[in-house]
Design a protein around this ligand. Structure first.
Ligand code: FES
Length: 528
């Protein structure tokens, strides 16, 4: 059932107060922290699916691997995905064709398709019980969109090699669109069960995993933890969702969005196991329309869950609806289209949208050749993480991989420059419009329990959070990435930065990069 973590614990267990339906047993996700200096072939920073996948592929090739995670395994975005395994890409094949060309769009499709195949094969090889299923996916036009979008997508998807067909009916939906596209050979699974299965395989094959271990600095010879321990390594892979070792280049080329999900009860086997997506609300944004994504998941002996995501907005910039409104909107949209019972889960996650739609995977741009990154999930976090695991392992092993140039972190594709400028300038304008300029007008005593505000404290902007016991926790409101003012995320009880998506707990700890240093603590626990 719907569960929450204490806001004072956010960052160590998960990246927000609301827990997803995947995050049950935190003990299973916990390993010992690193408390010695050590040496290895490869050090991987980040214990989500990208980091675990690359570690798994490397131990299989005989490399010694040490993986470091600052929370628990999956405490970042892997624990907050809705885990669609889709090669039907939400950036639309016709857009990708315009940006990358026909041949590369084929390669892009093949890479996502290969990622689903890889997961299927690994589940079999390692005997991982993670509810993996091959399922079809149905794409239908949002009310603000036309069939022309589907028509263009059908032709481009076929050209890319996708197994796609027109259908007149979508299984499971009350409200039937006139026509829709069916993509065969998609997939779904339980992301945390898969992640933990891979983690077990890594340690059985001689790899080392440490949790509760924050990496403070990265250099060409390895990493240093915030407890002062050193891992010397020939290769370094940074898989921290938003990379903590790219201060300017990658944060400029990808944009952070919050996305919302609900899990509602449906009678066991009442709905089919398929994926459903609409094309997104064109009235909000024609280039990156926020869309709905839906799937089922076995829950208990009586019920399945219908998991529905959407209502995206830029991190730190709420727009017309509050976080609470967005859950209500999702529920309303779902009840119109599906027979559901009680909503028993609500959570939100963070999506990084690269300017051209594809993840950044490979040698970190502007860095030493032995330092790699995996970032830019683009709403396809599970397949992009798996592609990252395959591609980076190939690059480290010195093998050629035809996907390398597509995912190269240093690329700049002129054909996507319109989105680059629109996102960069648009974000800054919205940030300056919404940031609090007069925090001095907020009275500390007016902050309610489990709520927060930006205030003026000791002559500077501060984030003030009042916990359930009435104690105030004051941190600097200046983001440690590049100095923007953070804003309050009222559902996940975190401080979020609109400029590049860094997020911090109420105690100032980093829970999303690109920032890698905590907010300054101004007053730890006080009564005002
Ligand atoms: Fe870049 Fe905050 S994330 S300034």
């Amino acid at each position: 059932m719907e569960s929450e973590t204490n806001p004072l614990e956010v960052g160590r267990n998960t990246s927000g107060e609301h827990l997803s339906c995947w995050l049950e047993n935190r003990a299973e996700r916990q390993y010992l922290p690193l408390i010695v200096n050590t040496k290895t072939d490869v050090v991987v920073v980040g214990g989500g699916l990208a980091g675990i996948s690359v570690a798994y592929n490397l131990v299989n090739r005989g490399f010694s691997v040490v993986l470091l995670e600052d929370g628990f395994l999956g405490s970042g975005e892997t624990g907050r995905t809705t885990a669609h395994l889709a090669s039907a890409l939400d950036d639309r094949f016709f857009s990708l064709e315009n940006i990358f060309g026909k041949d590369n769009t084929k390669l892009i499709y093949q890479s996502h398709s290969a990622a689903i195949d890889f997961i299927e094969q690994t589940v079999r090889n390692e005997n991982i019980d993670c509810d993996f299923k091959r399922v079809p996916g149905y794409l239908f036009a949002h009310a603000s969109d036309t069939l022309e979008t589907l028509d263009k997508e059908y032709n481009a998807a076929l050209a890319a090699g996708a197994d796609v067909e027109w259908v007149d009916e979508i299984p499971g939906m009350k409200m039937q669109p006139i026509k829709s596209l069916k993509f065969n050979n998609q997939g779904q699974f339980h992301p945390m069960k898969y992640l933990l299965g891979l983690a077990e395989a890594i340690t059985l094959k001689g790899g080392f995993i440490y949790t509760g271990t924050h990496v403070e600095s990265i250099d060409e010879n390895g990493v240093t933890t915030s407890d002062g321990f050193r891992v010397d390594a020939k290769f370094i892979v940074v898989a921290t969702n938003s990379p903590i070792n790219s201060k300017y280049i990658l944060p400029m080329k990808q944009y952070a969005y919050r996305t919302y999900a609900i899990g509602a009860l449906v009678k066991k086997n009442y709905l089919p196991e398929v994926l459903w997506w609409d094309t997104g609300d064109m009235n909000v944004d024609k280039d990156t329309p926020p869309y709905h994504y839906v799937r089922t998941q076995p829950y208990n002996i009586d019920y399945d869950l219908l998991i529905v995501g959407g209502e995206d907005h830029k991190t730190g910039i709420m727009g017309n609806y509050s976080e609470i409104d967005r859950y209500a909107n999702l529920e309303f949209w779902t009840r119109e289209r599906f027979d559901i019972g009680e909503v028993v889960f609500r959570w939100s996650g963070q999506v990084l949208e690269p300017y051209d739609g594809m993840a950044f995977i490979g040698r970190n741009a502007g860095d030493k050749d032995n330092i790699f990154v995996i970032t830019g999930d683009s709403g396809h976090g599970m397949t992009h993480s798996t592609i990252g695991g395959i591609l980076v392992a190939d690059l480290i092993a010195g093998n050629e991989n035809e996907w390398e140039s597509i995912y190269k972190p240093g690329r700049f594709n002129l054909k996507a420059s319109k989105i680059f400028f629109k996102e960069t300038i648009g974000t800054l304008l919205k940030y300056y419009k919404t940031r609090p300029d007069h925090p001095g007008s907020v009275n500390l005593a007016s902050i309610a329990l489990n709520d927060a505000a930006i205030v003026e404290f000791d002559g500077q902007k501060a984030g003030a959070y009042r916990d359930e016991r009435g104690m105030l926790h004051l941190v600097s409101a200046t983001c440690t990435h590049m100095g923007c003012t953070v804003s309050w995320n009222n559902v996940e009880k975190t401080w979020d930065c609109a400029c590049h998506g860094s997020r911090f707990s109420v105690l100032g700890e980093v829970i999303n990069g690109p920032a890698n240093h905590p907010l300054d603590i101004l007053d730890e626990e006080t009564q005002y």
